[in-house]
Design a protein around this ligand. Sequence first.
Ligand code: SAH
Ligand code: SF4
Ligand code: F3S
Length: 486
Amino acid sequence: MELYKSDSLVHDETRQGETLVISRPEGVVSNGKKFYIESYGCAMNFNDSEIVASILTSKGYDGTRDYNEADIVFINTCSIRDKAEQTIRKRLANIKVIKKRNPGAIIGVLGCMAERMKEQLLVEEKLVDIVAGPDSYRTLPDLIEEAEGGQKAVNVLLSREETYADINPVRLSSNGISAFVSIMRGCDNMCAFCVVPYTRGRERSRPPASIMEEVKDLKARGFKEITLLGQNVDSYRWSEDETVRGKKLIDLKDTDDVVNFANLLEMVAIEASGMRIRFSTSHPKDMLDDVLYVMAKYKNICNYIHLPVQSGSDACLERMNRTYTKAWYMNRLEAVKRILPDCGISTDIIVGFCGETEEEFEATMDIVREVKYDLAYMYYYSERPGTLAAKKFKDDVPEEIKKQRLQTLVDLHRKNSYESNLKDVGKIFEVLIEGNSKKDEADLYGRTDHNKVCVFARAGHKAGDYVMVKVESCTSGTLLGKIVAL
Ligand code: SAH
Ligand code: SF4
Ligand code: F3S
C-alpha cells in the first residue's frame, strides 16, 4: 500500500491561524476547544484520522490547521519501519514548543506506534499525555477528559469487532474529488517482517450496508473517485451469521448470505456509477479470478492492481511467510493479463530480508525484469520488534548491502517504468484532474485509469473534471501531455 509523507491536517506555516471548517453534526454545539491532527503511514491510517475528526466534531470540538491555537494535538503514527518511528520521534521533539506556549495543551499519540509501544511511550516521551491505539478512538473524548484532569491516559485495547461502521469520516485531506473508504480492519496474515498484525489486531470486515451508505454519501457530495481500503481486500468476507463471518473461502462454500470482495466490489461499482473505483491492497495468495471478472465487467473500476510480491525468491518468500511461490504469483499475473489485457500493475518489494543471499536478490531482480511493473514501492528490510522474523531470524544483511541492493533495484525499476511510460507516448487517456501541478501552477495533474500521474496545461479546466489527454512525452514517473477534444 502506498505510504504517504504529507499530512492530512498539517501544521502549515503559510496557513497559520486558519481554522478548518468542519461542519458539526446538527444539534452539536461547539465546546470552544480545538484539535489539530497530523498523520503518517498508509492510507488506512489517514482514513483513521478522518474517523477521529468525526468523533471529536460530534462532541463539539473544532478542527484547526494551526497547532499553536490547538488545545489538543494528535499525531497519528506509523510503525512499519524504524525510520517511520524515528520521524515521529523527531516530530515530537519539535512540538515541545506547544507546551511552552500553552502548558494546558494536551498531546496525544495515536495509531500504530501508540499500539506497539503502549505505556512505554509515556516513559520515553515525557510530553505525551494520551496514548491511543487504532481500535480505541471512540474513547478519545474520555481520554481527553482524563488528560485534562492531569492524568496520563492510555487505551491500547485491540478489538475483534470494531470497524467504526457507523462513523462517517470527515474528509480532512481530501480535495473533494477522491476519498478513501475502509472496508475492513486488521490483518490475519503473519508476514514475518510485518508489524501490522500486532498494531492493528485481527482482521474484521465492515458490514456492507454501512460501506454502501458511505459510498452513496460521497456520490451525493460530488466526489469522483473512491478507493476501498484493507490490508488484504481479497479476504473481505461478511455474513450476518457471526460463525461464518471470519471463515476463509477455502473453509467454506459461498452461500447467498455471504458477501465476499468480488460481491462488494460489484455492489460499489453499480452504486457509484460515474465514479472511479480503486482498491488496495490485493494479496497474491487470495486474489482469485472472480475479482478480475468483476473488474472486467464494470468500466468504472480502474484497470489497476497493486499486487505486492515482496521477493522473487521462493526460499525468501518462505522465510517471509508470504504463503505463495513465485510460480503462484506469476500464475495470478497471467490471470490478470488474460481477463484484463490492459491492466496497470504495481508492487511492493523488500530487499535485504534476513538471510537474503546474492542469488535470492538476483531472483527479485529477475521477477522485476520479467513483470516490468508500472509502479513499485521498494524498501530495505527494517527489523520490527516482536515480529516472527525478529524472533526467528538474524537481521544479517549488512546495511550497506541493503542500501546497495535497493539502489540497484530502484535503477532497474526506473528503467522499466520509463519504458512503460514511453509506450504511452502518442496515446490518449481519460484523466481525472486532481489539482494543480506541483512544479507549475499553470499546469494541472491527474491520473489515468492505470494510476499513472499525468501533467498537462490547464486549458480552462479544473480539479474534478474528466479530460482526454494525449501523451506527448514522459519521465520515469510522469506522463506529460495536452488536453484534446473527445
Ligand atoms: N497489507 C499491506 C501492507 C502494508 S505495509 C500490503 O500488503 O500492501 C506496505 C509495505 O511495507 C509492505 O508491502 C512491505 O513491502 C513493506 N514493509 C512491511 N514491513 C516492512 C519491514 N519490516 N521492513 C521494510 N519494509 C516493510
Ligand atoms: Fe503485513 Fe502481510 Fe498483513 Fe500486509 S498482508 S499487513 S504485509 S502481515
Ligand atoms: Fe499503516 Fe504504518 Fe500502521 S503502514 S497500518 S500506519 S504501521
